[in-house]
Design a protein around this ligand. Structure first.
Ligand code: KG4
Ligand code: ZN
Length: 351
């Protein structure tokens, strides 16, 4: 059997027709979630998507790289078994292994890469190295199996905040990105200042539930008409100064309003720039992905705006927005394949 990339003119399932149920086994360990999934060969449907979120980091208020690597190591075998069982599959059904190789925490990535190499090698399978950010964008193909590029995509996560135009061949071209903190990082740091839990995004949303988003005025940076970059460090500093000015006791009473106003500023920056990018690119289709895309306010705001403007919006369900391996399996369909056994020297990269 000759294995070639599925990205050419011959679709992957034709090449592996000797398998009864060809499937992709995908692995994602770039940060603090140990994730594996079983995805159909066309990358449009996940048969399972298992995520083990490491709770070990909560007490530190952020992800500790060494703790993450060790926790991945402890969990990865069990999570792989669970994802196969949930898909009603066995290793005999797996025709290729996909794994996140960059960007992320190097020690954490290496656990997934070593597991993927071991599995692929032992079954003489090809291996597909996947870029985590391409994975986030590919979550849109799972959310809408009929989706075809071109479109404009916003990725907003704990490590990245960037806008891309995705061309007809699926290639991502950077339009703008954050100059400092990522949106998720701003939410995580804001939550820490407010004494809320980790991860900060959902914690801020919970705290903001009964808050007034107009009570406090937080800055939205880089408002220039054609500027598609983001900046969140000023927002963070603004919260720090407001907390100092209010004093501990009053600040505590104002917590719901501070959280609501802070969340609204992040959402405003993200939606404003995405809509502007769609306008500049004259793109009728918009994709939002990454952990922050799970945010209820952002989803509502963009849905309303896109409806008003007659644009098509694809926001994957929250479990496909936060880190998961189904998106890595989906992205693997568009990534170059390394045949057995040429991947033994494959390395992970932090950037
Ligand atoms: O994509 P992701 O799971 O991991 C990275 O690749 O970074 O994103 C994690 C980020 C965290 O900063 C977290 O606070 C944020 O996504 N997040 C949210 C929500 N769920 C996760 N932010 C806002 N609202 C949410 N519901
Ligand atoms: Zn991510």
């Amino acid at each position: 059997m000759r294995i070639v990339s599925g990205a050419g003119d011959r679709p992957y399932y034709e090449i592996v027709e000797c398998y009864k149920h060809p499937m992709i086994l995908a692995i994602e360990t770039s940060c603090d979630d140990t994730c594996t999934a079983v995805v159909e060969p066309d990358g449009r449907r996940a048969l399972s998507n298992v995520v083990h979120t490491q709770t070990e980091h909560a007490r530190y208020g952020g992800v500790v790289p060494e703790v993450a690597s060790r926790a991945h190591l402890e969990r990865i075998d069990g999570v792989i078994e669970a994802s196969l069982a949930e898909a009603g599959a066995s290793l005999d059904d797996v025709t290729r292994v996909a794994v996140t190789v960059r960007p992320g925490l190097i020690g954490a990535l290496l656990v997934g890469v070593a597991a993927a190499k071991g599995l692929a090698y032992s079954r003489k399978l090809p291996l597909v190295p996947v870029n985590h950010l391409e994975g986030h964008v590919a979550s849109a193909y799972l959310a809408d199996p009929k989706l075809k590029p071109p479109f404009v995509a916003l990725i907003a996560s704990g490590g990245h905040t960037a806008l891309y135009s995705v061309d007809a061949d699926g290639r991502m071209n950077l339009l703008g990105e954050t100059l400092d903190d990522a949106a998720g990082e701003a939410l995580d740091k804001g939550a820490r200042m407010l004494g809320l839990g980790f991860p900060g995004g959902p914690a801020i949303s919970r705290a903001a539930k009964d808050g007034d988003p107009t009570r406090f005025d937080f800055p939205v940076a880089l408002k220039g008409r054609n500027n598609l970059d983001f900046s969140f460090s000023g927002l963070k500093t603004s919260l720090l100064y407001k907390l100092k000015a209010l004093g501990e006791e009053v600040a505590r009473e104002e917590h719901p309003h501070l959280a609501a106003s802070y969340e609204a500023a992040v959402v405003e920056a993200l939606s404003r720039k995405l809509l502007r990018a769609a306008d500049i690119q004259e793109s009728p289709t918009l994709v939002v992905a990454g952990g922050v895309a799970a945010n209820g306010l952002l989803r509502r705001r963009l849905r309303e705006e896109c409806k008003r403007l007659g644009l098509r919006l694809i926001v994957p369900p929250p479990e496909l927005c936060t880190d998961n391996a189904a998106m890595i399996g989906a992205a693997a369909v568009r990534s170059p394949v390394i045949p057995f056994p040429d991947y033994l020297g494959l390395n992970a990269r932090s950037v």
